[in-house]
Design a protein around this ligand. Structure first.
Ligand code: GMT
Length: 376
């Protein structure tokens, strides 16, 4: 991308929780720093946005309400807002993250504006393809969103393969891995936090997610339980979602209440990762595993499942250990092996940080800029 080629870019994403929103927001911030004008078209302020930044504008979508609607049609309001922002700010690019509803709404907005309007870039993040597109009705809507985009990117090779398999589409998909800010995500020591959580120098395991079924939170607790039977340890659970109550129930049933910390949504996440000795990601589906990458950047080895894009991020036997989905025995054995051998852990911790350096923000942002430029 040429130095002086600044564009006007609209970004739509889920603003409240999740990796797709985190990536979209960090991308927007990075693009703004590089001189582009960035317009977030969202239902709320993106959680990773932080303080006021030059070149960034927020356009909040208000759902339409009318007594006749049983449910307020958010998607119509979003498409109308997208069209309005594109027209008023003469956007060059509308970059949407997650196919539903964003890619479809972007298509609608473009139709409203006419042929020569904005170019739409869709980034596929995961369950839009691996879960939602399994429903034959939704599949056709998602296909429309993908095929009507001017460019499509996906966050891993595995997600590209799965997209091609599900849709049998000829539409080219560019792989652009997720990224991490290595300055923000590094090992930061907070002795007072460590003292509170593990006063007797217990090992600390950690899991961060949106607590949906695909994350297999019961497996997180099963692995932790097996580890704690052999080594004094604590578990940090960060995030919230539908399986949170289930996690509380299992914790109680297993008698782990004193050793599992439910921390909810957290902002100072790098400091929390830094407390951990191991990060657990036993997911059933995971197109990339941004949380694993963030943990690795903080020097935390990963115990996870060999699924989706995880092996593209975590090298089995170097920066972590990967097991078949649901094999909690193997995961626990791997965890114990690392926790019992400090030299081995040090080795893995260094390898994790080194591996994370392959996924730098600058490099991936340039790849997105190249996609935008190719459409001008
Ligand atoms: O696709 C989802 O489940 C939602 C999405 C999110 O917003 O957290 O997660 C996906 O996108 C992340 C960012 O690209 C990836 O790191 C996650 O692996 C992916 N989740 C799944 O595939 C389950």
């Amino acid at each position: 991308m040429k130095e002086d080629m600044h564009m006007r870019i609209g970004i739509s994403c889920y603003p409240t929780l999740g990796g797709s929103g985190a990536i979209a927001t960090e991308l927007g911030k990075a693009l703004a720093k590089r001189g582009h004008e960035v317009h977030f078209i969202v239902s709320g302020i993106p959680f990773r946005l932080g303080l006021f930044l030059d070149n960034i504008y927020i356009h909040e979508v208000e759902p339409m309400s009318y007594p006749v609607f049983r449910q307020n049609p958010y998607d119509m309001a979003l498409a109308a807002k997208m069209a309005d922002v594109v027209r008023n700010y003469q956007l060059d690019i509308l970059h949407v993250h997650y196919a539903i509803p964003y890619a479809v709404c972007a298509f609608l907005a473009k139709e409203m504006l006419g042929e020569k309007s904005v170019k739409v870039v869709t980034t596929l993040h995961g369950t839009d393809v691996t879960v939602l597109a399994q429903d034959p009705l939704l599949r056709d809507v998602i296909r429309l969103g993908i095929e009507k985009s001017d460019a499509v990117t996906a966050v891993s090779e595995s997600l590209i393969e799965q997209t091609n398999e599900v849709f049998q589409t000829k539409c080219p998909i560019t792989k652009i891995y997720n990224f991490v800010d290595l300055h923000e995500f590094r090992r930061i020591t907070k002795p007072s936090w460590k003292e509170k959580i593990a006063p007797n120098d217990e090992k600390i395991l950690m899991h961060v997610s949106n607590f949906r079924g695909v994350k297999r939170v019961p497996d997180v607790l099963a692995v932790f339980h097996k580890v704690r039977e052999r080594i004094p340890s604590k578990l940090l659970l960060v995030g919230e979602g539908p399986d949170l109550e289930l996690a509380r129930t299992i914790t109680h049933q297993r008698g782990l209440d004193r050793d599992v910390f439910f921390l909810g949504k957290q902002d100072e996440i790098a400091s929390l990762y830094s407390l951990a000795d191991l990060f657990l990601l036993p997911s059933e589906k995971e197109s990339f595993g941004l949380v694993a990458l963030e943990a690795m950047a903080c020097g935390v080895p990963v115990i996870g499942s060999i699924i989706g894009g995880i092996p593209e991020v975590v090298e089995h036997g170097h920066s972590g250990f990967l097991s078949p989905v649901g094999n909690v025995e193997d995961m626990a054995e791997n965890a114990l092996q690392l926790l019992k051998n400090q030299d081995m852990w040090q080795h893995f911790s260094k390898a994790a940080r080194k591996r994370a350096k392959l996924f730098t923000l600058d490099e991936q942002v340039k790849k997105y800029e190249d996609v935008y430029e190719s459409l001008q």
